[in-house]
Design a protein around this ligand. Structure first.
Ligand code: HEC
Length: 387
């Protein structure tokens, strides 16, 4: 009996050991979807939903909803401002965390509609008709010469739908497509960037950005070496990240966060000129501020990046002075400034003047309004920055 008792104890030790090991492995593994969702909830939702705001339904009240209903609320419903600052991945993770149930499909929705493996390679983007970036030209003229456009007034009544493409997990198709080399390049509200075959609408590749992609995508030739030949697609997202992707495959070449402000967003399309990428910054300070936020601290800027490496060459703010504390109130809230001068639109490059005044390109930018609470005057203007 005694011997058997000892034996059982040994068996118990032997079987427990691997369980303990497994537990350690689980603890050191990267967080799964649910703990990512918990992290998003704690950072972006809990201040109201487990706390200060009596109108915000508690997590228990939300649990019975479908994950799709939570997603809909974050993209188009009562929570669309809160959802704006999250990527599609984060919205799905938080919806799954709240409901304890999985969202169907994938974030890119690219399980259907992929192109067949054999497809025409990416051609020279600028050999035939194209629409690059926001303005179609560095001067943002939005002009297509007749020989490139190929559509006459008489053709218009005869145009027919050729194909349609639906964006998953979104309520707005908010980005302007870029068209080059027989492909369409377009970002989506849920952070997926698509390259589509312009003739058929099938998906050539997808890329998942950290935030929604609203700015039009700029395409440009890569320069460095023979190995770095080909074309890059430059993408800016709603969390302040810029990406250079290989235009043919969607592979990421580099990424750079152009501003560390917590409410930064990039709505203006990056403009590419002479090896530099000019990226305008704006923010959520004008809407979607968290409760108790000490407003306002965001200054609009243009960042000039090396298009080949993403290295910051220079950054120029629309407001010279950095924001500071202006007033502290008895209830603990604060007034900060100066702030504002967000740049919501794509910069225009004045090539002529660069040539006349060499060196230095002129980057013309349209400025948005100053953020609420602290105005530096209403900044609605056009400014010029020399490279
Ligand atoms: C600034 C406070 C605040 C924050 C932050 C916030 N919520 Fe809410 N939320 C509310 C309030 C208030 C309501 C009730 C609004 C209403 O009924 O119009 C609400 C309602 C909701 C609803 C129900 C919406 C409906 O249509 O019935 C969902 C779902 C929700 N929130 C999810 C979230 C998630 C997920 C986050 C984090 C990403 C979040 N909320 C962040 C305040 C907040």
């Amino acid at each position: 009996m005694h011997v058997i008792g000892r034996l059982t104890a040994w068996v118990a030790v032997i079987t427990l050991a691997p369980i303990a090991l497994l537990a350690r492995q689980i603890a050191t593994q990267p967080p799964d979807g649910m703990s990512r969702g918990r992290a998003v909830f704690e950072r972006a939702c809990s201040s109201c939903h487990i706390g200060d705001d009596p109108d915000a339904p508690s997590p228990d009240e939300l649990r019975g909803r479908s994950p799709q209903a939570i997603l809909d609320s974050l993209t188009s419903g009562a929570m669309k401002y809160q959802g704006l600052a999250l990527s599609g991945d984060q919205r799905r993770a938080v919806a799954e965390f709240i409901t304890g149930r999985r969202v169907r499909g994938t974030v890119s929705g690219a399980t259907a509609g992929m192109c067949a493996a054999r497809r025409t390679p990416l051609g020279d983007p600028f050999a035939a008709a194209f629409w690059n970036g926001w303005g179609a030209a560095l001067e943002n003229t939005h002009f297509q010469p007749a020989e490139k456009g190929g559509v006459t007034a008489a053709d218009l009544p005869r145009l027919r739908l050729k194909w349609a493409f639906g964006f998953p997990d979104t309520t707005s198709a908010w980005a302007q497509p870029a068209i080059a080399g027989g492909r369409v390049f377009i970002g989506s509200q849920n952070g997926t960037v698509y390259s589509l075959d312009a003739a058929t609408g099938c998906i050539v590749w997808t890329f998942t950005a950290q935030g929604g992609v609203r700015a039009a995508i700029s395409i440009g030739a890569r320069r460095r070496s023979a190995r770095a030949a080909g074309y890059a697609a430059y993408v800016a997202d709603q969390q302040g990240f810029v990406y250079a992707l290989d235009a043919a495959s969607g592979r990421m070449l580099w990424t750079k966060k152009v501003d560390d402000h917590p409410l930064v967003r990039l709505t203006g399309s990056p403009a590419l000129y002479d090896g530099r990428l000019y990226v305008p910054t704006s923010s959520y300070e004008e809407g979607g501020r968290p409760p108790g936020y000490a407003c306002c601290t965001f200054r609009g800027s243009v960042a000039a990046l090396d298009a080949e490496t993403g290295t910051l060459v220079w950054k120029s703010y629309t407001i010279r002075d950095a924001p500071a504390l202006l007033r502290a109130f008895a209830d603990g809230s604060e007034l900060r400034g100066p702030a504002g001068g967000a740049i919501w639109s794509a910069p225009t490059i004045d090539v002529k003047r660069r040539e006349a005044l060499s060196p230095g390109a002129k980057v013309l930018i349209g400025l948005g309004a100053g953020a609420a609470a602290v105005f530096v005057g209403l900044l609605i203007a056009v400014a010029a920055i020399s490279d």
